[in-house]
Design a protein. Structure first.
Length: 248
């Protein structure tokens, strides 16, 4: 089932065009990796999918983006961002307790019951594979966690509002190899229940965890297909050059 569908997306920041005629679909309950050199439009696309680019005054977007067949521009933006969560490159826990970090979103959406919040926080932390490490210190500051734990806390915070899609913008680039492995394992487990779109510069990571891969270059989609096909039998010589390290 198609979760996100993009048709002829052009994105401009002022007079500069960041995305050019981008068209591809994202299947539900899969991990789609967006790869390509820095500045090629990957993060721009990610921020377009939950309308974060609405906050950029000079940004103009044309084309069609649908979520479950409905234009994202017909949806209330707060409702859209509840359905489409985001995890950023660097862990960004709020300067408050572990519990309050995870409960922040549900409280924002009107949940006040302490019992319900307790249940939501525990489930989100379990889903983020963090509960066993923090269950005895939920009242302690989230800033005391390690970098890898902070990133999984940010994932838990995104999961607490029960999204359908998780956008992950280089979520392991600031982490050590062990923490990176934990986040990768977590992403693969979460894809059973969520649709995940991940921006990564790590070719091995894309090959390890994604079902589909999309290669961007200079704002254009050069190739989109199954990860196995893109990595083992690329149809475009530019894709092959990038994957084999001969790019540029």
């Amino acid at each position: 089932m198609i979760k996100f569908d993009m048709e002829n997306i052009d994105v401009f920041y002022g007079s500069e065009q960041a995305l050019k005629n981008v068209s591809f679909s994202v299947e539900a309950h899969e991990i789609t990796a967006l790869i390509g050199p820095s500045g090629c439009g990957k993060s721009t696309l990610l921020k377009s999918l939950n309308r974060m680019n609405d906050l950029v005054e000079s940004c103009r977007i044309t084309g069609k983006i649908t979520l479950d067949g409905e234009s994202i521009y017909n949806l209330d933006v707060n409702h859209l961002r509840k359905r489409v969560g985001m995890v950023f490159q660097k862990p960004n826990p709020f300067p408050m307790s572990i519990f309050d970090n995870v409960a922040f979103g549900p409280r924002t959406h009107g949940i006040k019951s302490k019992r319900r919040l307790n249940d939501i926080v525990e489930k989100a932390l379990r889903d983020a594979a963090l509960w066993g490490e923090v269950s005895d210190r939920l009242g302690k500051s989230a800033l005391g966690l390690s970098g890898g734990q902070q990133q999984r806390l940010c994932i838990a915070r995104a999961l607490a509002v029960e999204p359908e899609v998780l956008l992950m913008d280089e979520p392991t680039s600031a982490l050590d190899p062990i923490s990176t492995g934990k986040v990768e394992e977590l992403a693969m487990e979460l894809s059973k229940d969520y649709t995940i779109i991940i921006v990564t510069h790590n070719m091995q990571q894309a090959a390890r965890i994604s079902n589909k891969t999309t290669f961007f270059l200079l704002g254009e989609v050069i190739e989109h297909g199954t990860t196995e096909q893109v990595f083992s039998n690329p149809r475009n010589e530019k894709t092959e050059a990038y994957i084999t390290g001969r790019f540029g």
